[in-house]
Each structure stands twice: as structure tokens, then as C-alpha cells.
Design a protein around this ligand. Structure first.
Ligand SMILES: [Zn+2]
Ligand SMILES: [Zn+2]
Length: 520
């Protein structure tokens, strides 16, 4: 695998004599396999020089652009990417799907009449646009996986494997744990999953716009301190690390001053990427087959995510106001989460995509609420975003917290967190989805939720078995028994697996036949 950097600057192009060594152009990387497959990762202003090289060498006839996100510094090269204007050329452009808007729509936005003289529609090449969520896919001989990063807009990291070598691109990204970002604490929760994503990579290209000291002032801006990147790389046994997305205020001398002590302090093979730099990755013969479980990353054109519902339990008016503004901007329905029972019923009937719960002890103990919720609803059924002043990653695993939204936060951060978690489950909530297994599970959910209801049997439409009475006229299955069945079922197997459905079906059939015998 051959990797070439065409843009290493973050945020805004920074040309001039003081940035000539590391380069002033924004993010763009060219990747080629031995067979010649061309993949371009991000197309910031660095994309223009790459485009010119491709035109000169007559090598831009076919290729793929992977876009991490649509902030300007990652897409401004697209209007200047000449191969897209050549009629016979074939290009594929991939990027993160929005909740409503497609990659194509967002890209055409920056080429509207008021911003640019040529529209995206006037690009004469045959261009196919692809909307991605988390998952996996293939580009000719490349295997690709995606994972959401932590940034104020929806952003994907890319894992690429070809010729036995693995490359991970994670830009732009901020530590999930701010404590970890400041150089303390251990890698856990979402940061651990981020580390797993880069596990064993031959080359990690990572956002490293700040130092830990600078990060103190830049929390929430969506970028990483160098120290955090090295900690991750060490943990994930990465072979080499390229630091990129250099801060526009850091000139060449400042980058070199920064790198000298870093190289001395780590065992990781690390360098600051510079414009024009080429890195050849030798394939390793024993490369493990890629772990590409999970869904296909691409959402087919025309498929829309069903109108999502979010359960909300936030008492603080300022916080709930900001969150509701964010949800409204995304046209997301909100339902208050007043008690666990209602949440269980909602999960069974309405498929909420996320619960947002405030944690502000001693006034409100969001962790305890999350624990109580988890006794009824598994995490993959309903992720929980906890809003708090600081994260407590030590409780993530035991309380079933999926992610943290640290207060204070901006509207953009709240929207992105919500988008990320909604799109993580997008495949399950495609409009018109009629998956039989999904329906089967839903009916069990409804059965148990109804049976567990305090008012079960009174005015509720219950499965017939529950309407039956024993010889003394008592209900066949009371709510406690139903709750026990639920929990017993969860002990047996993963909640959504066919094994679970089958076993729980048997238990219910058994229980209801006893009722029938008694009733008879
Ligand atoms: Zn950027
Ligand atoms: Zn960005």
C-alpha cells in the first residue's frame, strides 16, 4: 500500500514561507494498492495538486473519494478536482449520511451559485455518491470499515486494508473523555472502542492539532492532543503514527519544537506528516483476516431513516432547552421519560432510538436511573446518553451508559451526539423494513411489557393467555411472573438472537398451557 500526503493542515489553508516544510494545504491523502486501485481520503485544498498530478499522468480515469466529514477543510478541493469534470471518467464518492440530507446534497451546497461558478451537476464524469453509516464495504481490492468519531459534526474514521497492510484515518476527532484528553485516566468506554478500531494498524493517520496543555482551552472543538493519540497508539499496538491536521497557528519551527520531546518520550514510531510525503506500507504475511462483522456501511439511495424518537429525562431547564432545540432542528420527536415502566413500553411499541438522561447528583442520579433501565432493556435496544458535568467512565460497563454529553456543550455537539447514536441503529429503523425476526422480537417485547404493566388485564389488550384465570379466578400470569420470564429469557441468550426468541416462546407456551389446564 502506497500512501501520499497532499494536505496536512487543519481548519484552514495556511500557505506561506513559514509553513512550506510541513505544508499549508488542508487534508487530502492518496492511497494506492499494488494493483493500482486509487482511493483518496478527504479532499481539502490539497486535493487540487493531486488532481493535477492525476491529469498530467492520465491516471484519474477511475477512483474513489472517502470523505470523513463535510467541514470546509475536508471538501474544498472537490470543486477543483479536475478528474470529476472529464466525461468518460468513473468516480465514487463516499461520505457520512446525514439524518435527512445525502452526501451529494451537502457537497452540492458548497457549489451553489452564490459560492462557486460551477455546480456539482456540471461535473461531467460518471460520479456515484454513497451514503455511509458505521459498517463495512469493499472498494475493488480494498476492504473498508467505518466508525463514527467525536467531532461537532457527523464524522467517520476509515479503516482500510489491502495487500496485507492496514491503514486507519481518524481525522477530525476529540477524546470522548476529557480527563483522558488532559493526559490522565485510562482508556475506557468509547475511547476504548476508538482504540479497538485502530488495533494493530500498520499506519495510523490521526488528528493531533493540540498538545494536552492547549487542549485545556480547546475542549469541545473536536480535535485531539498529541499525548492522547500516542496513548491510544501504544494501547492498540499501532506500528507507525502520522500526526496531522496541524494547527494553522503552528509554523514549521513550532512543529519541530513540538516533535523533539515527543519522540524522546514514546516508544511509538511517530512523525509529523508533511505535504508530499510518501509512506510505503509493506504487507505482513500473517495479517489476520479482517474482522468485518456488522452491517454494510452503505445506506441504499432513496432509503430514509424512519422518523426517530428520543426519550428525554432532563430537569435542568437550560440543558433541556438546548437539547430540545437540537432535536427540533433534526425533526426528532421527543417523549419524556418519567418512569422505567413507560420506557419499557415505549421500547416495545415505538422503537425509540436513544434515551438522554441527566446526571446531576445529589439532585438527580442518572446513573441509578440508567441501571434500573438496563434491568429491563438491553443497551443495543436503547442506547443511553448521559448528560453530566464530568464523565465517570468507571461506571460505563456496570450501568450500561453508552456515551456522555459533557455540560456545558454547544448546540452542534448535542446535535452530533444525537445524530451519531441515531445513525448507529439506522439499519434497524429503515422505513418499510419488514424483517420477520424484528417483528418476532417486537411481539415478545409487547407481550412482556404488557404483562409487566401494573394495570395488566385491566383495560389493556393483552395476549389471550394473560386473560385466562385460574380456578380461583386469579390472573394466569401476574406481572411478577412475566417479569421473571423476561429476565430468565435474558439469562439464556442474547436478547435478539433466534435462540432467545425460541426459548422464550417455549417458556411462554409452557406457562400458558399450565394456565389453560388449571383454568379448564
Ligand atoms: Zn478539519
Ligand atoms: Zn472538522
Amino acid at each position: 500500500m502506497r500512501v501520499q500526503f497532499w494536505g496536512t493542515r487543519g481548519s484552514i489553508a495556511t500557505p506561506g514561507a513559514n509553513t512550506a516544510r510541513y505544508g499549508g494545504n488542508t487534508s487530502c491523502i492518496e492511497v494506492r494498492s499494488a494493483r493500482g486501485t486509487l482511493v483518496v481520503i478527504d479532499c481539502g485544498t490539497g486535493g487540487r495538486a493531486l488532481a493535477q498530478k492525476l491529469m498530467t499522468n492520465n491516471a484519474g480515469g477511475r477512483g474513489t473519494i472517502l470523505i470523513s466529514h463535510t467541514h470546509w477543510d475536508h471538501i474544498q478541493g472537490i470543486p477543483f478536482f479536475d478528474p470529476l469534470y472529464v466525461p468518460a471518467n468513473e468516480w465514487d464518492v463516499y461520505g457520512p449520511k446525514g439524518l435527512r440530507e445525502s452526501v451529494r446534497e451537502v457537497l452540492s451546497g458548497q457549489m451553489q451559485y452564490m459560492y462557486f461558478p460551477v455546480s456539482l451537476e456540471q461535473c461531467a464524469a460518471n460520479i456515484r455518491y454513497h451514503d455511509l453509516v458505521e459498517g463495512s464495504f469493499a472498494i475493488d481490492d480494498f476492504r473498508v470499515s467505518t466508525r463514527y468519531l467525536n467531532h461537532p459534526t457527523l464524522t467517520l474514521g476509515y479503516w482500510l486494508q489491502v495487500d496485507g497492510a492496514t491503514l486507519v484515518y481518524a481525522c477530525d476527532h476529540e477524546p470522548y473523555s476529557r480527563v483522558l484528553g488532559l493526559g490522565e485516566g485510562r482508556i475506557a468506554g468509547e475511547d476504548l472502542r476508538h482504540a479497538d478500531f485502530m488495533q494493530g494498524a500498520d499506519l495510523l493517520i490521526h488528528d493531533a492539532q493540540y498538545t494536552a496543555q492547549e487542549y485545556l482551552e480547546k475542549m469541545g472543538w473536536g480535535h485531539s492532543p498529541v499525548e492522547y493519540v500516542l496513548k491510544l497508539a501504544e494501547h492498540a499496538a499501532v506500528q507507525r503514527v502520522a500526526l496531522t491536521h496541524h494547527d494553522p497557528r503552528r509554523d514549521d519551527d513550532a512543529i519541530e519544537r513540538l516533535m523533539a520531546p515527543i519522540r524522546r518520550s514514546t516508544s511509538v514510531d511517530v512523525f509529523a506528516a508533511y505535504e508530499g510525503q510518501v509512506v510505503e506500507l509493506k504487507g505482513r504475511p500473517n495479517t489476520a483476516p479482517p474482522d468485518l462483522r456488522g452491517e454494510l456501511a452503505e445506506i441504499p439511495a432513496g432509503k430514509e431513516v424512519a422518523s426517530p424518537l428520543v426519550l428525554l429525562r432532563v430537569a435542568n431547564r437550560d440543558i433541556s432547552g438546548l437539547i430540545c432545540e437540537g432535536l427540533q432542528a433534526e425533526s426528532i420527536r421527543v417523549r419524556p421519560l418519567d418512569n422505567i415502566h413507560e420506557a419499557v413500553v415505549s421500547v416495545a411499541q415505538e422503537y425509540p432510538a436513544l434515551a438522554i438522561i441527566e446526571h446531576d447528583p445529589p439532585r438527580t442520579d442518572g446513573i441509578a436511573i440508567c441501571r434500573a433501565l438496563r434491568r429491563q432493556v438491553p443497551e443495543h435496544r436503547l442506547p443511553v446518553l448521559l448528560v453530566a458535568e464530568r464523565e465517570d467512565i468507571n461506571v460505563n460497563g456496570t450501568a450500561g451508559i453508552s456515551d456522555w454529553l459533557i455540560n456545558p456543550f454547544t448546540l452542534a455537539q448535542a446535535r452530533t451526539k444525537v445524530r451519531t447514536w441515531l445513525l448507529r441503529t439506522a439499519h434497524k429503523r429503515m422505513e418499510g423494513r419488514t424483517d420477520a425476526a424484528e417483528k418476532g422480537v417486537a411481539s415478545i417485547h409487547r407481550f412482556v411489557a404488557a404483562a409487566a404493566s401494573p394495570g395488566a388485564g385491566k383495560g389493556r389488550k393483552l395476549p389471550r393467555a394473560l386473560d385466562r384465570r385460574d380456578v380461583q379466578g386469579r390472573p394466569g400470569i401476574d406481572s411478577d411472573k412475566a417479569a421473571l420470564l423476561w429476565m430468565y429469557g435474558r439469562e439464556i441468550a442474547d436478547f435478539d438472537s433466534p435462540a432467545f426468541s425460541k426459548k422464550l416462546g417455549e417458556i411462554i407456551a409452557d406457562a400458558t398451557s399450565n394456565v389453560r389446564r388449571k383454568a379448564g
